[in-house]
Design a protein around this ligand. Structure first.
Ligand code: YCP
Ligand code: CO
Length: 299
């Protein structure tokens, strides 16, 4: 696995971050990244480039500063300034997943020249919290500092009714340096020795086959619900997260519906190969199809 833990922060310090972030209300969280979220998955942007309150984090060159929401998290801000080299910092966010919510398998930075050096510090967790990177599933625990290699196919969230909140920091990525160089004093972290990986039982291919066999009754309006079901399978059965896109191709092919075939292809491009600026969103794609159909009817 390319993602790894660099160690653990002092628990008293982490507790103060948990207290402060748990007190944030729902309006601190935004629906940026809806296209990626499956269920109640959202983000609160605490630091971003000056003037950007949208929640999106473009690969900008300016130093990150606290946002409107970040003005109400002085403890987090102080922690960030004391532990990290903020000159390289581009964003500070909270990623929250609740009640079975996950992020769809994808690769980040597809259209970025360099990407970010992304660090996760779990604050709140639940036994069903999971992350995936290629063929591996793992669980991060509160107070640990993790470097996430988001160039690899990954996903994450919760499988149970609980809530997971991670503090996520993005730094500019100077590939000649190790991720630990974003820390002011990497040697102050306590070492993490536990094995974070979680084994999964073999995938029941017959059960999967019966799900995919239903292509004939599927329409575009049902598509997101099917994607949501299939996207979670790799978190509980031993299969690569990118196989989701093969299943979608398969389901679409069996439906005999050209629109579904094009939609499955769009999703692979959006999440795995071309990225979001070069590929339409599902909403845009669906609207355009409807508009084209309308036109044909009129002609
Ligand atoms: C992640 N990737 O993998 C992030 C969340 C969308 C892009 C937002 O957690
Ligand atoms: Co990602």
């Amino acid at each position: 696995m390319k993602s790894y833990s660099l160690g653990k922060f002092d628990s008293v310090q982490v507790d103060s971050l948990i207290d402060e972030t748990s007190a944030l209300t729902d309006d601190a969280y935004s629906s940026a990244y809806q296209e990626y979220s499956i269920g109640l998955w959202d983000t609160a942007t605490l630091w971003n480039e000056a003037g950007n309150e949208s929640g999106d984090v473009p690969e900008h060159a300016s130093i990150a500063v606290p946002t409107f929401v970040g003005a109400s998290t002085p403890t987090v801000n102080e922690f960030v300034r004391s532990q990290f080299h903020v000159g390289a910092l581009r964003a500070v966010r909270l990623f929250r997943a609740r009640q079975g919510a996950i992020i769809i398998p994808h690769r980040d930075y597809l259209e970025h020249s360099n990407g970010f050096c992304r660090m996760h510090i779990p604050l709140l967790t639940t036994p069903g919290a999971r992350n995936s990177e290629n063929n591996e599933i793992y669980r991060m625990l509160p107070g640990e500092l993790w470097f996430l290699d988001s160039n690899e196919v990954h996903s994450g969230g919760v499988l149970d009714s609980g809530t997971r909140i991670h503090l996520v920091l993005d730094f500019t990525y100077d590939h000649s340096e190790t991720p630990a160089s974003v820390l002011k004093q990497a040697d102050l972290l306590r070492p993490v020795t536990r094995n974070a990986q979680i084994p999964r039982p073999e995938l029941d291919r017959d059960a999967l086959e019966s799900l995919l066999g239903g292509g004939g009754v599927v329409t575009l309006a049902m598509w997101p619900a099917l994607v949501q079901m299939l996207a979670r399978i790799h978190l509980t059965s031993d299969v690569h997260p990118a196989e989701l896109y093969d299943w979608l191709d398969e389901l679409a092919a069996r439906s005999g519906n050209r629109e579904l075939v094009a939609e499955a292809r769009r999703m692979r491009r959006y999440f795995l190969t071309d990225g979001i600026s070069k590929t339409p969103s599902f909403e845009r794609f669906w609207r355009d199809l409807d508009a084209a159909r309308e036109k044909e009817l009129v002609a």
